[in-house]
Design a protein around this ligand. Structure first.
Ligand SMILES: [Zn+2]
Length: 289
C-alpha cells in the first residue's frame, strides 16, 4: 500500500500541524513485537482494526513527517527515509517518491523551513535531511537549523546505525559540514508553543514533542510507541528499542501523564487517522480515535 501525499491537518490553539506521508506498509507485527499475534491481541482487535491492523493481523506502519507552523516558524518533525537511500528493508530502500513536492504543496517548500527536528537518529527519521544531487548528499533544507539531541549525538556520533543504513555519512555529516546543526537538550523549546520532552529508551536521546497553545495540547510520540498496540502492551519487547527496560518505564510514565487527559496524541508511525486519545481500559490503556 502506498498513500503518499499531503493528508490530515490539526489545529492546536494557534498552531497548525499537518502530516505528509512518505510510505505506508503492512508488516507482520513480529517485525517489531515478538509477542504479538492474533491470539495475544484478541482482546484488542476491536479497537485496533481496521485502522491499525489489517484482517490478517498485519500492522499498518506509516512513515510520515509532521509539519508544525508556530509563531511564524515552519518546523518539520522527522524526515522519513528519503529518496535513493539504501536500507536493509525492501519496502523502504531506494525510494523515488515525490515527497518534496508534497511538502511544498503543504506550505513547506524546502527553502522556507526554519527548523528540522529529528526525534532520534534512526534511518526512517533522518532520510530527507539530505538528498542526492550529482552523486553528493546535499542538505535538503538550506535555510533551516537542524536540531539534534546532544544526548542522541553523544551516543551515535562516530557510530553506524544498527541497520547499516549509512545514516551518519549520508544524512548527518553533510549537515555538520554545512554548519547547519544545533545540538540541543532533550527539553529544548523551539518556540513558546513547541517544546521537546525527553522520552528515552527507544534510543538514549529520544524525544517526543509537545505542542501547547491557548489551553490546547498535542504530543508527537516519536518511536516511544511504534504502534497503538503499545498502549495496551507497554511491557512487550519492541525489537528496535535500544534499552527495553527504560523504554517500558518511559511508556508507562507517558501514559500516566497523558492518559485520560485532553492531550491529542499524534503517532509518528500510526496509520491514518494517526491522532487520538489515550484512554484507560481496566488496568491497561487503549487508543481512541
Ligand atoms: Zn521509526
Amino acid at each position: 500500500m502506498n498513500t503518499e501525499g499531503p493528508q490530515e491537518v490539526w489545529k492546536i490553539g494557534d498552531v497548525k500541524i499537518s502530516r505528509v506521508v512518505e510510505n505506508v506498509t503492512n508488516v507482520p507485527p513480529t517485525l517489531l513485537y515478538p509477542n504479538a499475534s492474533l491470539e495475544t491481541l484478541s482482546g484488542d482487535l476491536e479497537w485496533l482494526q481496521p485502522n491499525f491492523l489489517d484482517n490478517e493481523g498485519n500492522m499498518l506502519l506509516s512513515i510520515h513527517s509532521f509539519l508544525i507552523e508556530s509563531k511564524g516558524k515552519r518546523i518539520i518533525v522527522d524526515t522519513c527515509v528519503g529518496n535513493d537511500k539504501t536500507v536493509p528493508f525492501p519496502q523502504w530502500t531506494e525510494l523515488k517518491t515525490q515527497f518534496l513536492s508534497h511538502l511544498a504543496d503543504a506550505g513547506f517548500p524546502r527553502e522556507k523551513v526554519d527548523h528540522v527536528l529529528c526525534t532520534h537518529l534512526h534511518f526512517d527519521h533522518v532520510g530527507w535531511n539530505t538528498f542526492l544531487k550529482d552523486g553528493k548528499w546535499i542538505p535538503t533544507f538550506p535555510n533551516a537549523r537542524y536540531l539534534v539531541g546532544a544526548t542522541e549525538w553523544d551516543f551515535w556520533g562516530g557510530k553506524e546505525d544498527p541497520y547499516g543504513a549509512s545514516t551518519n555519512e549520508q544524512a548527518i555529516q553533510p549537515l555538520l559540514d554545512a554548519d547547519l546543526v544545533d545540538l540541543v537538550e532533550t527539553n529544548h523549546k523551539i518556540t513558546e508553543e513547541v517544546r521537546l520532552v525527553p522520552t528515552p529508551g527507544h534510543t538514549p536521546g529520544h524525544v517526543s514533542v509537545e505542542i501547547e497553545s491557548k489551553g490546547e495540547r498535542a504530543v508527537i510520540t516519536g518511536d516511544l510507541f511504534h504502534h497503538p498496540l503499545g498502549f495496551a502492551h507497554p511491557s512487550w519487547e519492541d525489537t528496535a528499542d535500544i534499552d527495553g527496560d527504560i523504554a517500558h518505564q518511559t511508556r508507562v510514565k507517558f501514559m500516566k501523564q497523558y492518559g485520560d487527559g485532553p492531550a491529542l496524541i499524534l503517532g509518528t508511525h500510526f496509520a491514518s487517522p494517526t491522532s487520538g486519545k489515550i484512554v484507560s481500559d481496566g488496568d491497561s490503556y487503549r487508543f481512541e480515535v
